[in-house]
Design a protein around this ligand. Structure first.
Ligand code: HEC
Length: 158
């Protein structure tokens, strides 16, 4: 199902802009997360967010669906972005904040990171798709509207 959606999205996206192939080629075989975030494309991430939109909105003051509104989620403690949503104790007890790196782990396999989460979503296996989605989420905040999305911390000089 997700593959069908992804294929359909890829067709739509190919018609109007970068589907990521050029970036994939330039990134090489196993790019680091910070390499991926350096080239992440929030506009493509916004299109990929269609996969999430059955359960999530991401606008200022938007309501919750099956899942919480995600406006401002980057940098927030897990389980605190939406005031009204009934988060699981499993998610709320994670602690810390949603850094881009943690979102990457979450979006890879939510139930593996937080056993007992109510987010019924298998995860996204493609690292560039996850990076684009995270870059999109970074723009969905009061900070994001005035600043360019922040790349992840660059890895130590090689
Ligand atoms: C089938 C519904 C569903 C889909 C699809 C889904 N989510 Fe979720 N999501 C949830 C639920 C439910 C929660 C709350 C989990 C909990 O409390 O354990 C959640 C929580 C989250 C959180 C943590 C929010 C917070 O305030 O701490 C993030 C980030 C998130 N989802 C991102 C995404 C992204 C990005 C996608 C698409 C790639 C996605 N989700 C797809 C239902 C969904």
């Amino acid at each position: 199902m997700i593959y069908l959606l992804a294929a359909a999205l890829a067709l739509v996206v190919a018609g109007c802009s970068d589907d990521g192939e050029e970036r994939r080629r330039s990134l090489g075989r196993s790019p680091s997360f910070s390499d991926l975030m350096q080239v992440a494309d929030p506009a493509r991430g916004g299109r990929l967010f269609g996969t999430c939109a059955a359960c999530h909105m991401a606008g200022p003051g938007a309501g919750d669906r099956n899942g919480p509104n995600l406006y401002g989620v980057v940098g927030q403690p897990p389980g605190e972005t939406s005031q009204r949503f009934g988060y699981t104790a499993a998610l709320r007890s994670l602690g810390g904040v949603w850094s881009p790196e943690r979102l990457d782990t979450w979006l890879t396999a939510p139930a593996a990171m937080v056993p007992g989460t109510s987010m019924r979503f298998r995860g996204i296996s493609d690292p560039l798709d996850r990076a684009d989605l995270i870059a999109y989420l970074q723009t969905r905040s009061a900070r994001g509207s005035v600043r360019r999305p922040m790349p992840a911390q660059p890895s130590a000089a090689r």
